[in-house]
Write a protein that binds this ligand. Structure first.
Ligand code: HEC
Ligand code: HEC
Length: 95
């Protein structure tokens, strides 16, 4: 029984760290360069709270699916435009 509890705790720990990774790298093979998204910085400095309508909405924070459209328009760039984040290719894609 003890072993089972320890195993469950390890699984829960691994899951929580995977969901809240501090830094996520996108577009690793992009010719323009990879995009390093600093999740911790965005959460603490930029938004102040996970449950921000711009990011996770009112639902329990979960991993957000990012594709080219989300990145270049809907989510990332839209917020950057209004909040002095990078909007030029080289501001996000670093070679
Ligand atoms: C707000 C940050 C941001 C800006 C500004 C931005 N990009 Fe991106 N771009 C991303 C992210 C994040 C992805 C990865 C999306 C994904 O994982 O599907 C991406 C993906 C791409 C891809 C596809 C790469 C692949 O491997 O599929 C290309 C090409 C690209 N961007 C080119 C550009 C160009 C050209 C510009 C300037 C006109 C630009 N990006 C501006 C964040 C940005
Ligand atoms: C709720 C608003 C908001 C959203 C959504 C957002 N960003 Fe940002 N981001 C910012 C702001 C504001 C800054 C500038 C922070 C600063 O310089 O202090 C920034 C900075 C950045 C930077 C450069 C600074 C650094 O060192 O990390 C990158 C790269 C970046 N964002 C990528 C992304 C990507 C990729 C996404 C989408 C997955 C995204 N951001 C979504 C507000 C946002």
């Amino acid at each position: 029984m003890k072993k089972l509890i320890v195993a469950l705790m390890l699984v829960a720990f691994a899951a929580s760290t995977a969901l809240a990774a501090d830094v996520v790298t996108y577009a690793k093979d992009c010719k323009k360069g990879a995009v390093t998204f600093n999740h911790a910085m965005h959460g603490e400095k930029v938004v102040g709270s996970c449950a921000n309508a711009a990011c996770h909405g009112d639902a329990a924070p979960a991993k957000i699916a990012v594709d080219k459209k989300t990145a270049h328009k809907d989510l990332c760039k839209t917020c950057h435009k209004g909040n002095a984040g990078p909007t030029k290719c080289g501001g996000c894609h670093i070679k």
